[in-house]
Design a protein around this ligand. Structure first.
Ligand code: SF4
Ligand code: SF4
Length: 428
């Protein structure tokens, strides 16, 4: 954990020691028109707005973020919509402000999430110079990616994304994959994973389930989901298939955020992924005009915490409303979750997805529950092996040797009860 810096004297000590803000300088505006994108509906929040963060808001954001973080390492994170639509000079000003407002001893990291289609040589030089970590949204090989990731004319975008990615690689910019899992790619887990690993040479991947409610306004509402949404059972099968490939050959060389988070839970430390923590509320979203919302998944009128041009970010994050938002993740768990064997790892996942009914009829179960139950139950044995290795001072990749060296007719070391040759010793 990063060491603490003394807080400026006039700042509230009650804010959480570490928090994240996702800044959306162009609000939900994007140059593409991905069918499942929930941000596009958010234009309705600010009718007639141009969705461009002003220099005054930019200055307030950078200054408040840097002066209120207690940890010595701070991440300045940009997202959208498509943040590169702001133009490269906006980011040059942001980087100047970071240099001006950085506190002594403070290390600042930069991240940006982009569809990659607007990247140029000039962009990549800037990203490299400031050591940005760039998240590229890509959903698998062309036929799976292009199912929903289209531009405003409905045209495919895969080639343009790959062109942007090639530019990043040519400039040695650090990047990772953000892959959404939905109806079009949910049944192709190995095609997707192997494409990232073998074709793109990706070392870091995030897998995000698409759960899209049938509301016209995109806010909280109905229990039904669109046909594009991932099916809960398919989500579980997807994770299991990718995990089984990963655990036999890629531990320590490919990092899948969800698997790292699960391992943290088995090891007994809080995962670095809010959806699997008992409480949340420390990852907020900043709109272009300074409005701060409880979370990027709750940018709606009921979760507006305040505006940083009127109230300092620290006060908003420490506010009773925001603390209650974070505690509600734990306090509203349905009974079915509270007695679940894998609750310690799942924690009911994100409240945004808790609109299904539990078998006992209680409302508020996570829509993806069956998938998570399948996944966390399936990985239990391998997670125990990895967590034990870590506790002994070894490394998680020892699990690959253990699985590979198991006699084929003996029970699999993962504890499934099946013979190894029918489990993790099977070759695919
Ligand atoms: S609402 Fe969901 S995404 Fe937002 S902080 Fe909580 S768990 Fe994370
Ligand atoms: S697997 Fe299902 S029951 Fe268990 S904690 Fe997760 S959502 Fe709740």
């Amino acid at each position: 954990m990063a060491p603490s810096l003394p807080l400026p004297l006039d700042r509230s000590p009650t804010a959480p020691p570490g928090f994240h803000v996702l800044a959306k300088p162009s609000g939900p505006i994007c140059n593409l028109d991905c069918s499942y994108c929930f941000f596009l509906a958010k234009e309705a929040l600010y009718p007639g707005d141009r969705f461009r963060m002003s220099d005054a808001v930019l200055d307030a954001y950078v200054r408040q973020l840097l002066e209120s973080q207690q940890a010595s390492e701070v991440t300045v994170a940009w997202q959208g919509g498509e943040p590169t639509l702001m133009g490269i000079d906006f980011f040059r000003r942001a980087l100047d402000l970071v240099g001006r407002h950085r506190r002594p001893g403070q290390v600042v990291h930069h991240t940006i999430q982009t569809n990659g289609t607007l990247l140029t040589e000039e962009w990549c030089e800037l990203l490299r110079e400031h050591e940005f970590l760039v998240g590229i949204s890509i959903d698998g090989p062309a036929e799976l990616h292009d199912a929903y990731r289209v531009d405003k004319k409905g045209a495919p975008t895969f080639e343009r994304v790959i062109r942007g990615l090639d530019l990043l690689r040519a400039h040695d910019v650090e990047w990772n994959v953000l892959c959404t899992v939905h109806a079009a790619n949910q049944d192709h887990p190995l095609d997707v994973y192997r494409f990232f690993r073998d074709e793109l040479d990706a070392c870091h991947m995030q897998l995000i389930p698409i759960v899209e409610r049938e509301d016209a306004d995109g806010f909280q509402g109905k229990e039904r989901v669109t046909e594009r949404s991932v099916d809960p059972d398919a989500w579980g099968r997807f994770l299991v298939a990718v995990f089984d490939e990963w655990v036999r050959r890629d531990v320590g060389t490919v990092f899948v955020q969800m698997f790292d988070a699960a391992l943290a839970s088995w090891y007994g430390v809080p995962p670095a992924l809010c959806i699997f923590n008992e409480t949340c509320g420390n990852a907020l979203a900043l709109e272009h005009n300074g409005d701060l919302y409880s979370c990027d998944h709750f940018v709606d009128p009921g979760h507006l915490v305040g505006n940083i041009m009127q109230t300092h970010m620290v006060e908003l994050i420490a506010s009773p409303e925001q603390r209650a938002f974070g505690a509600a993740k734990r306090d509203t768990l349905p009974r079915y979750c509270r007695v679940c064997d894998v609750r310690f790892a799942c924690q009911g996942e994100c409240p945004k997805n808790r609109f299904a009914r539990a078998p006992d009829g209680e409302l508020g179960l996570n829509y993806l529950c069956t998938g998570y139950k399948t996944f966390f139950t399936h990985v239990d044995g391998c997670m125990r092996l990895m967590a034990d290795a870590l506790r002994r001072g070894g490394s998680a990749d020892e699990v690959m040797r253990i699985l590979a060296s198991a006699p084929r007719n003996e029970p699999c070391p993962c504890g499934s009860g099946r013979k190894a040759k029918h489990c993790h010793a099977v070759s695919r």
